[in-house]
Design a protein around this ligand. Structure first.
Ligand code: F6P
Length: 356
């Protein structure tokens, strides 16, 4: 067997752990040859690959980033305005690949499903993203590490909030899903947690801050980059030409600061965490999950179970059809237990608590 392996989309803690587990499992299970494709789908377009042997993937388990490089702008269906998918498929055949492992988020899965349907070599997907928003999968690797990083940042920022009597706003990543802000907000004892899934009311948040200030000086707000005021729009930082998802969010913490400041006597400050959330070494949880995902992907390949993405559902490893996850976003459902839990311990979710 000759298997291609690529990492697509944004980098994420645990990518190297998956590369290691897929490669070692395939070599041990069936003596397969593994070909690393550089910079995601860009490597297939520009014909840049290298063999991955046992020693190439030894010692990379705890490394952040991806040894193969990645790209979130290269689409074989729209490369500088042209559809080069036929050339990419011909290159896969020329390499003699029996199958391709694509490690990525929903953009990568959508591309993988499209290439497969267009006659590309069969694929197996591994779900990666700190956003934890891939359909059919309750935990993507990288999420736990991002939550740990944001939790730590919230605790550090809280110190300044308490000392200076300020409202401190911390912005997380997450795109259109609020998982990072919700879990880190609870773990980091945020007083207000704002998610893309629940429109926020600035006047109500100001009331919460004033009431808290009268008692405890500081208010800690954890806001997801995709959060928006009721009836308002998301804060777009820029658009990236040619990217499968051209919109880059960012800056909502500063927008909220500007909206809140005139309503409050105390100072309001904003911190945008950005890519620190995607960097660094994966947590032990993510190392284990990434290793299990990589090992499971190798098992699917050996069984010839193609066109599937490895998943975790109900705490069990499994797989779902790639087409069923392509283009679908897994957001925080309105009845999610953590939302109820947060409200019951007095966390403001930006709206007036419907139960009070
Ligand atoms: O999807 C992962 C993610 O980190 C999002 O949380 C964020 O909106 C986006 O990628 C940022 O992408 P880039 O690194 O291209 O700015």
């Amino acid at each position: 067997m000759r298997i291609g392996l690529l990492t697509g989309g944004g980098d994420c803690p645990g990518l190297n752990a998956v590369i290691r587990a897929v490669t070692k499992s395939l070599i041990r299970q069936c003596g397969a040859e593994v070909i690393g494709i550089e910079d995601g789908f860009l490597g297939l377009i520009e014909r840049r690959v290298r063999p991955l042997g046992w020693d190439d993937v030894s010692g990379i388990l705890a490394m952040g980033g991806t040894i193969l490089g990645t790209s979130n702008t290269a689409s074989p269906f729209a490369w500088h305005g042209a559809d080069v998918s036929a050339e990419v498929i011909a290159y896969q055949r020329a390499l003699g690949l029996d199958a391709l492992v694509t490690i990525g988020g929903d953009g990568t899965m959508t591309m993988a499903a499209r290439l497969g349907a267009a006659g590309g070599v069969p694929m197996v997907g591994v779900p990666k993203t700190i956003d934890n928003d891939i359909a059919g999968c309750e935990r993507s690797f990288g999420f736990d590490t991002a939550v740990a990083t944001v939790t730590d940042a919230l605790e550090r920022v809280q110190t300044t909030g308490q000392s200076h009597g300020r409202v401190m706003i911390v912005e997380t990543m997450g795109r259109y899903a609020g998982w990072i802000a919700l879990e880190a907000g609870i773990a980091g004892a945020a007083d207000v947690i704002l998610l893309p899934e629940i429109g926020y009311d600035v006047a109500h948040i100001a009331e919460v801050c004033r009431a808290r200030h009268a008692r405890r000086r500081a208010t800690l707000i954890c806001i997801a980059e995709g959060a928006k005021p009721v009836g308002g729009a998301m804060t777009v930082e820029r658009t990236v030409e040619g990217s499968p998802d051209p919109i880059r969010l960012g800056g909502v913490a500063h927008a909220l600061r500007a909206q809140l400041q005139p309503l409050l006597a105390c100072e309001v400050r904003a911190t945008v965490l950005g890519h620190v959330q995607r960097g660094g070494s994966p947590t032990p949880f993510d190392r284990v999950l990434a290793t299990q995902y990589g090992n499971e992907a190798a098992r699917l390949l050996r069984r010839g179970d193609f066109g599937r993405m490895v998943t975790l559902q109900g705490g069990c490893l499994g797989s779902v059809a790639l087409e069923s996850v392509a283009g679908v976003n897994r957001c925080v459902p309105g009845d999610h237990a953590l939302l109820g839990c947060a409200r019951e311990i007095g966390v403001c979710l930006g709206d007036r608590d419907p139960a009070r």
